[in-house]
Design a binder for this molecule. Structure first.
Ligand SMILES: Nc1ncnc2c1ncn2[C@@H]1O[C@H](COP(=O)(O)OP(=O)(O)O)[C@@H](O)[C@H]1O
Ligand SMILES: [Mg+2]
Length: 314
């Protein structure tokens, strides 16, 4: 339902999104998981057509998404990271305005607004000003506005950040009920959020996809080990950085001065081929190698390392 093909976005010299590709099958809830600054919001803006990629393309329902493609954009409901409500409109006015914006015919607008307000449990505040609502209510109103045109795809950027635990629980239930009729892409920097709400996840770090699959796949992949440990005579980050699909996830110096590097492999990279490439790269750089092995980290630790950003760089 959603296909991102090698999308790229640069802000000046910052490469925010670096050839990100993923697909979200129809009627699934897909998590987009990564630490702050990973490139989630930027990728999402390209998915919803709010921003054009510098390279690559996004297809929604097989049609190319881009800022001018209104018909394609209408297939998508989008709840941005920043609360989208207009403070001086009432809830009902705001949601009605969005219905109009997304092309709901005038005659159908009243019913569409009623339905969206009721699904998101905000009918009771329909005459209140958006600016006076609590964060939890604002988020629900933003969601009502995102679904008022009954989009086939719903894209939510960090939808529960800033909510209290009871609001998080309610919001997750709402997402699950909406997922029965649409395809959902939900970003978060919190593993628990994705585990609670999603069938699949794309893990993104520093603008790149580092893993992608069903939650079960990801667990299996974590267990089968897409991490390689390299111990060599000195810091080899520069030599290792030249290998495609391989990233130095952690580096540390041992007591005897040798360096241990932990390499994260992109999902497409075969670990044996990566090991061969590592050996060649170190050989070419004249760095002695004393250990080169695949490890089998638990998925949890992969997630947590990514999310905490701990030891990410030497
Ligand atoms: N409008 C912008 N101008 C310049 N840099 C930006 C802009 N938006 C995002 N970035 C940078 O792009 C990177 C990814 O940001 P973002 O997509 O917001 O990450 P996330 O949503 O995962 O926290 C960050 O380094 C951020 O500082
Ligand atoms: Mg963000």
């Amino acid at each position: 339902m959603i296909e991102a093909h090698a999308i790229v976005k640069r802000f000046g010299r910052v490469l925010a999104v670096d050839r990100v590709s993923f697909t979200v099958p129809a009627r699934s809830v897909c998590g987009f998981l990564g630490p702050n600054g990973a490139g989630k919001s930027t990728s999402i803006r390209m998915v919803v057509g709010a921003m054009a990629p510098d390279e690559g393309e996004v297809l929604v329902g097989g049609r190319r998404m881009e800022p001018g493609a209104e018909a394609v954009r209408r297939a998508v409901g989008y709840l941005p990271e920043e609360s989208p409500v207009t403070p001086d409109l009432t809830v009902e006015e705001f949601v009605r305005f969005r219905a109009e914006l997304w092309g709901v015919p005038r005659a159908a607008r009243g019913a569409a607004v009623d339905r969206a307000l009721s699904r998101c449990n905000v009918s009771d505040v329909r005459r209140r000003l958006c600016g006076q609502l609590s964060k939890g209510y604002r988020q629900r109103v933003g969601m009502a506005a995102a679904i008022v045109h009954a989009p086939a795809v719903l894209v939510l950027d960090e939808p529960t950040s800033g909510l209290d635990p009871a609001q998080v629980r309610d919001f997750r239930a709402l997402v699950r009920s909406l997922a029965e009729e649409s395809t959902v892409l939900l970003s978060s920097h919190v593993l628990a959020e994705v585990e609670a709400s999603c069938d699949r996840a794309v893990l993104i770090d520093r603008g790149r996809v580092v893993a992608d699959g069903s939650m079960a796949d990801l667990r299996a992949r974590g267990a089968s080990g897409a991490v390689v440990v390299v111990e060599c005579a000195r810091d080899a980050a520069a030599a290792l950085a030249s290998i495609d699909g391989v990233r130095v996830a952690a580096a540390s110096a041992g007591a005897d001065g040798w360096c241990v590097h932990e390499l994260a492999l992109e999902p497409s990279v075969d670990a044996d081929r990566a090991c061969e490439a590592v050996a060649r790269a170190l050989g070419a750089a004249g760095i002695s190698l004393r250990r080169l092995e695949r490890t089998e980290p638990a998925l949890e630790s992969v997630f947590h390392r990514l999310i905490a950003g701990a030891g990410a760089r030497p």
